[in-house]
Ligand binder design. Structure first.
Ligand code: SAM
Length: 326
């Protein structure tokens, strides 16, 4: 087992099926890069072999399928079917919801229990400005379809001072009315934001977020799993009845590096141990080779990836979320 000097090990794997996306969110990429795949992306079979070996070598227990946008690639169906047969504790995926509606029967048939949908606003025009693609009604319809099919939905919202701060309460109302957990992801200094004034202009941290939410709702902080990246809260009415939950992924305000158990496998076959490091470790050739060499090579790559983890806080970097799997 790969365990570092602080006791961290890899438990959560994120697999990016493709770097291509049908959005170009302003905080993720400069425009013009949306549908770009990475060069030499792995096939669904190669990615599945990677997952199988990483379960064995790294002790992976939880898996999230992501991208880019995982639903724009035909690899999604065979990858999902393959991975659901591997007996992991928890398999889920993250999507912008644009192509989700038609996938609901497949998700139900495969036994997918949870899906995270990224949604930054309920305002159609603002939606187009932030996502630079897609259609709000289509996303809302696919959320309803998932809920109707008994698939638990979590919403991811990146709060932006100049982009959607006025949408925080409408998003809370929307989520609470439907029994959906809303997760606020603090803006990260990644890619084009790493050294940009846009980060300082738009960053809206947990304290400010809680002040806005506290203007309408009573909330209490609750426990979260030891390696959870989210700070969790429940919302109560005046009789202390719980109305629902929300969470904050507080990369800047309350960093979680010291308990991070995440590992990423990118669509072009690199392992990433940390979002805040531009180091990456090539494993594509290993995944195509004989098993013994693959196991030994992966173990060495995993030690290097573990060494990339920050000890204290996310400091940001040139890495783009869309390329390595958000
Ligand atoms: N296309 C899928 C989606 O939209 O959920 C999966 C990939 S997307 C890169 C995953 C998540 O990363 C999204 O929730 C997005 O909002 C978030 N994200 C991308 N860039 C970010 C940044 N600079 N700061 C915070 N979150 C970011």
């Amino acid at each position: 087992m790969i365990v570092d000097h602080t006791g961290r090990r890899f438990r959560n794997l994120r697999v990016s099926l493709t770097a291509a996306c049908n959005y170009a969110c302003t905080y993720c990429v400069p425009d013009g890069q949306r549908l770009l795949r990475a060069r030499d992306e792995l096939s669904a079979d190669e990615l599945l072999r990677g997952v199988e070996l990483l379960i064995e070598v790294a002790g992976i227990e939880k898996l999230r399928i992501t991208g880019g946008e995982p639903l724009v690639t035909p690899k999604f169906d065979p990858f999902l079917e393959g991975v659901m047969a591997m007996g992991l504790d928890d398999v889920s995926f993250t999507t912008n919801g644009q192509l989700l509606e038609n996938k609901v029967p497949l998700l139900a048939a495969c036994g997918v229990k949870r899906v995270n949908v990224s949604l930054d606003t309920l305002h159609p025009e603002r939606f187009r400005q932030i996502a630079r693609g897609g259609d709000l009604d289509t996303v809302l319809r696919s959320i309803e379809r998932c809920v109707d099919a008994g698939i638990q939905v979590k919403l991811n919202m990146v709060p932006l001072k100049t982009g959607n701060a006025d949408q925080i309460l409408p998003m809370m109302d929307y989520a609470l009315e439907r029994g959906i957990e809303l997760r606020f992801i603090e803006l990260m200094r990644m890619g084009h934001l790493a050294h940009s004034a846009a980060f300082d202009r738009d960053f809206l941290g947990m304290d400010e977020l809680l002040t806005i939410i506290g203007g309408r709702y009573r909330y209490n902080r609750t426990d979260a799993a030891w390696d959870s990246t989210a700070v969790r809260f429940d919302v109560r009415d005046d009789e202390e009845r719980v109305l629902g939950q929300f969470g904050v992924i507080a990369n800047e305000s309350e960093p979680f590096c010291s308990t991070c158990t995440r590992l990423r496998l990118s669509a072009d076959g690199y392992l990433h141990g940390c979002l805040s490091s531009s180091n990456r470790h090539a494993v594509a050739e290993l995944l195509r080779g004989p098993r013994e060499e693959a196991v030994a090579g992966l173990e060495a790559a995993l030690w290097r990836a573990m060494g990339d983890k920050q000890d204290v806080a996310f400091t940001g970097g040139a890495t783009v979320m869309k390329l390595i799997g958000g």
